[in-house]
Write a protein that binds this ligand. Sequence first.
Ligand code: GDP
Ligand code: MG
Length: 290
Amino acid sequence: MTHRAGFVNILGKPNAGKSTLLNALLGEKLAIISPKVQTTRHRILGILTQPGYQIVFSDTPGIIEPGYKLHEKMMRSVKMAAEDADVALLIIDATDKPEDSLAIFSSLGIKAPRVLVINKMELVSEEELAHIRSVFEKEALAAIIPVSALKQLHLDKLLAEIIRLLPESPAYYPEDMLTEKPMRFFIGELIREKIYALYHEEIPYHSTVLVNQFEEKTTLTKITADIIVQRETQKAIILGEKGKAIKRLGTLSRESIEAFIDRKVFLELHVRVRDKWRDKENFLREYGYH
Ligand code: GDP
Ligand code: MG
């Protein structure tokens, strides 16, 4: 039997549903999801190994105009992702204007075979799907597949198409490996997801999380993390009146970490102010944005 393996990049505008799709395809929660844009800041590999094939997905930050240094780094990882794939999945939100996405995708100069994935298909009619197809008619796409990442519709069709496009190759990673990022990274991402859920306006965008300690004790796992913000006023908001807000953040984060690692967790959160961390090379490196 031939074995296929390769790298598949998931590209698209913020909120198209890239992270939801990655998680649905893997059946795991690797990439954090939020209705707010730009939740995903890093590239995350998700490895799907089955008899006969291995697909190495990479979820990228959404394609955006760089506004500050963090954005530049995020876009660099999008560009890298566009260059080194065997297959590119171009994800669009079926309820978005397809013309905008067409312009963005054409500008990336992707050489790999491209599959257009029309996500959130359950939200639009057959006519609207046909219109989206017609907008992309002149693009030399390998396939156009409407799916719903959320409702898990047509994911089998999408997988079959990806496998068909992969080169013959042995697996790149051990079969039990799900991702290349360390546990601490995912813990930080889960806390960041709760920050997106609980705080408003600029707070999520001005925060990052650094997990300092991840220690497996006999009955529980002890985790200590810093929440980094840019200003004292933001620190006060994260803490909330009499520390109520951070208490809630701690509880929700702990519960989702416990579900993720399947162990009891003791979680300690600290808030630290780092002036303009998003614009300083040393801070960005320390917080894992390379
Ligand atoms: P990303 O920025 O492209 O990674 O998008 P996310 O995966 O974070 O999803 C953005 C929002 O779209 C979240 O609120 C998801 O729940 C929602 N979403 C993702 N896929 C679907 C889908 O198939 N149908 C619907 N209705 N919503 C979806
Ligand atoms: Mg995402």
